[in-house]
Design a protein around this ligand. Structure first.
Ligand code: PBG
Length: 316
């Protein structure tokens, strides 16, 4: 077996998995206000931008050859119904318009969820202490339409309500956005690895947790059922999240559906690598490239990762 491992060119001839900037999606936080560019404390290297700073940052992202950005909004104020999410003048809607005007070639995917916009931090409309599924689905569909009207290239619902993909597809079609794809977070687990994201998005639930809507980390067959339901409802691409603790789920969903698939290497996964690297405990660049390669090897077509821009630089 060692003969083909002797030189880099021989290894290159038989390498089974390819990792390139085109496979990577950069999650990006846009905040209300002007002149804002602030680092997220628990995510070294990741900043929150107001719109004009984001447009400047997008110049670098586009130049790095990255596949897309995934946009998250942090509004100036929050309320019970998360109305900032479906406001045509909301922070994401305005950012999408500015981005598409300045960088028409950059693919912009928007996160469709209410948690960044609700005062209680849950992903939907709360009634009697619980997230009401069907009312939330209505608000999510409104959100997706307003993103599509602003010019989003794809919408990505991350809320985990039942039936939201079907409802979003139906309403996008009705409103003249039949060409807008849905990237469905099909298997989003109730994970402890979202902590740093919740700092960045200010979306920690004020009471309770997300176990009533996100998947139980112990389940894999359930993820395949979620994926199949999303496909039946009209999803164009599926997503598994987080990535590394769920590589078996990535593999199963890919094998059992054959559908285009993304995996989300989440904030906690990023912060662990950054922290170990900052302490000199691991060599960051090879550790990150090995991590991202493993996600591709497991079966993901695309990888959402906070390392997208940095890794794209390493991969040139
Ligand atoms: C919810 C959402 C979350 C993430 C992406 N979308 C957090 C949550 O469910 O609390 C987490 C992403 C990450 O940790 O990087 N809209």
């Amino acid at each position: 077996m060692r003969r083909l491992r002797r030189t880099e060119t021989l290894r290159g001839l038989v390498r089974e998995t390819e990792l390139s900037p085109a496979h990577l999606i950069q999650p990006t936080f846009v905040v209300a206000g002007e002149g804002v560019r602030e680092e997220v404390e628990s995510m070294p290297g990741i900043e929150r931008f107001s719109i004009s700073e984001l447009v400047a940052e997008a110049t670098e992202i586009a130049a790095a050859g990255i596949g897309a950005i995934l946009l998250f909004g942090v509004p100036a104020s929050k309320d019970e119904t998360g109305s900032g999410a479906y406001d045509d003048e909301g922070v994401v809607q305005m950012a999408v318009r500015a981005l598409k005007e300045a960088h028409p070639e950059l693919t912009v995917i928007t996160d469709v969820c209410l948690c960044e916009y609700t005062s209680h931090g849950h992903c939907g409309f709360v009634r009697d202490g619980e997230v009401d599924n069907d009312l939330t689905v209505e608000l999510l569909a409104k959100t997706a339409i307003s993103h599509a009207e602003a010019g989003a290239d794809a919408v990505a619902p991350s809320d985990m309500m039942d039936g939201r993909v079907g409802s979003i597809r139906h309403q996008l079609d009705e409103e003249g956005h039949a060409g807008t794809p849905i990237v469905a977070y099909s298997a989003k687990y109730a994970s402890a690895f979202y902590g740093p994201f919740r700092d960045a998005a200010e979306s920690t639930p004020e009471f309770g947790d997300r176990h009533g809507y996100q998947l139980d980390p112990a389940n894999a067959a359930e993820a395949v059922r979620e994926a199949q339901l999303d496909l039946d409802e009209g999803a164009d691409m599926l997503m598994v999240k987080p990535a590394i603790p769920y590589l078996d789920v990535v593999r199963r969903v890919k094998e059992e559906t054959g559908a285009p698939l993304a995996a989300y290497h989440v904030s906690g996964e990023y912060s662990m690598l950054k922290a170990a690297a900052a302490n000199g405990w691991i060599d960051e660049r090879p550790a990150v490239l090995e991590t991202l390669t493993s996600i591709r090897r497991a079966g993901a077509d695309a990888i959402v990762t906070y390392y997208a821009k940095e890794a794209a630089g390493w991969l040139r």
